[in-house]
Design a protein around this ligand. Structure first.
Ligand code: MEV
Length: 310
């Protein structure tokens, strides 16, 4: 059996998480150098190997077995008698889309194993189906940015819109080291919204307007305003109760050290935050973020080629 590897990227949300669940727009960016890999290895029966765990079809309620069944059903093939080894560089439950990336890598490997070319839209639907089964009420933004691996302006239920004409820029991504499952923060926001729909709809609408303004800033290269929009977005996410002391400390450290703006990214309550800062500030900012408690800081160039440096 020839070696076969498939992969999928991580992602960040530049603006608009949580409100996107309520049909407001959001901007997401793929992180092409941070990836999940699925590798085919010989086996008599189907098995997914994830860290120390060997997941078999008898474990029918496991999310990855559900995915395996969905993909094979869709391409009208039996479960493949192979071992799928999963190896991911993406920290789990950290707002970087680890779950959707692992699912996408596995689905791509199964298709490659059967020599089936699945249209991106079909793959995206399949990953969204698995996300829906296991993650409360996902908007679909994670699977969409990860499957297409392009910056997107996402609106739930609308056709995917790629953001391809903008000035390249750099971001810092700092990890609090705290894991926090997205479905919990999404469920908590849903409870708040159901208690006070008008109040929370107003917050979601303001977040949506930050996104629209942010897109215009990206297109004209207005980083100072984009930064201010990010910081305002963080304050609104605090109101939604999805920040935490560690994320706030990193945002404050970034702003105190000359950032144009900073915010949490993804589900929140831990995970990662992002910083937009002048080029000259990047090195000292990295040190300031470590000093404020970050366990890892990454520099990302967002642009035509989405080139990354570690
Ligand atoms: C998670 O990356 C983004 C959230 O808005 C959830 C979702 O859109 O499904 C928090």
């Amino acid at each position: 059996m020839k070696p076969l590897v498939a992969s999928a990227c991580a992602k960040i949300i530049l603006l608009g998480e949580h409100a996107v669940v309520y049909r407001q727009p959001a901007i997401a960016i793929p992180l092409s150098t941070l990836r999940a890999y699925a590798t085919r290895q010989p086996s008599d029966t189907p098995v997914i190997v994830l860290q120390e765990e060997r997941i078999t079809p008898s474990n029918a309620t496991h999310p990855l077995i559900t995915l395996l069944n969905l993909v094979c059903e869709f391409i009208q093939q039996p479960l493949p008698p192979i071992a799928i080894h999963v190896d991911s560089q993406i920290p789990i439950a950290s707002g970087l889309g680890s779950g959707a990336a692992i699912a996408t890598a596995i689905a791509r490997l199964i298709c490659a194993h059967y020599n089936v070319t699945l249209p991106q839209a079909s793959l995206n639907n399949l990953i969204y189906e698995t996300e829906k089964i296991f993650h409360s009420t996902p908007s679909g933004i994670d699977n969409t940015v990860i499957v297409y691996e392009k910056p997107i302006l996402f609106v739930k239920g609308a056709p995917v819109e790629f953001v391809d004409k903008f000035q390249p820029f750099k971001l810092l991504i700092a990890n609090t080291g705290i894991t926090a499952p997205t479905y919990e923060s999404v469920s908590d926001v849903r409870r708040l919204y159901e208690r006070s729909p008008e109040e929370y709809s107003t917050i979601f609408a303001e977040i949506g307007s930050l996104v629209t303004q942010g897109l215009a800033c990206m297109q004209r290269g207005d980083w100072q305003t984009l930064g201010a929009l990010m910081t305002r977005n963080h304050a609104l996410l605090q109101t939604l109760t999805v920040s935490c002391a560690e994320l706030d400390a990193l945002v404050e450290a970034a702003l105190a050290n000359g950032a144009w703006g900073a915010k949490l990214s993804g589900g929140g309550r831990g995970g990662n935050m992002i910083v937009l800062a002048p080029e000259a500030q990047i090195e000292s900012m990295t040190q300031a973020l470590y000093a404020a408690g970050a366990v890892h800081v990454m520099q990302v160039e967002v642009g035509e080629h989405d080139h990354h440096t570690a």
